[in-house]
Design a protein around this ligand. Sequence first.
Ligand code: HEM
Length: 183
Amino acid sequence: MKAEELLQTLVRRTGLTSQHIHTLKSLEPIAGPLAPEVALAFYDYLGRDPEMHEILWSVPGRVERLYRSFAVWYRELFSGLYDEAYARRRIQIGLVHARVGVRPGHFIPAVGIVQELTLEHLRNALRGADILAAITAFEKIMAIEIALMQESYFSALWEGLKLTENEQLALMEGARVLLEKAR
Ligand code: HEM
């Protein structure tokens, strides 16, 4: 999977223009400082699901580490810089999830929660036409996020099926192999 090429395709398909990028960057002063708060609400939500609770709390110190990684990820949504390095980081994050057994059925609803929390903040912080512009730009970058994550799952599965026919194992093993190759 070529990160740069994939990103350019997704930018074109979502219709993310330089105006949307400008809007996202202009939201950084509002959204950036909210990152720790969104992270807290996010892991609180995940922890209420027994399966996700087990994944997150089975490793000591994991959630504490994730608060910080999530906050960095969140701030980067509003960096205005969506280049090859950004796409590579997102693909890597997708692979890390695949490797530890987090599936799209866990991930996609969680993306919805990030959207819900963010839209609520934007609605409170902005007025009039700015709200629609912010939501439009935000939804486009989130669509790109979801697509990058899905693509990394596909590549992990594809790689893993060369090693085993067990789908769940293939996903995790394939992700492990791809993460090692990317080092
Ligand atoms: C919007 C959705 C999500 C975002 C943005 C997100 C963000 C992140 C980030 C940035 C990392 C660090 C990746 C790295 O080490 O390079 C990570 C790792 C991880 N995430 Fe998520 N995550 C999401 C959903 C989930 C869900 C639904 C679960 C389910 C339990 C989950 C569990 C984990 C686990 C177990 C790790 C590995 C932690 C470790 O290194 O021990 N994440 N996540």
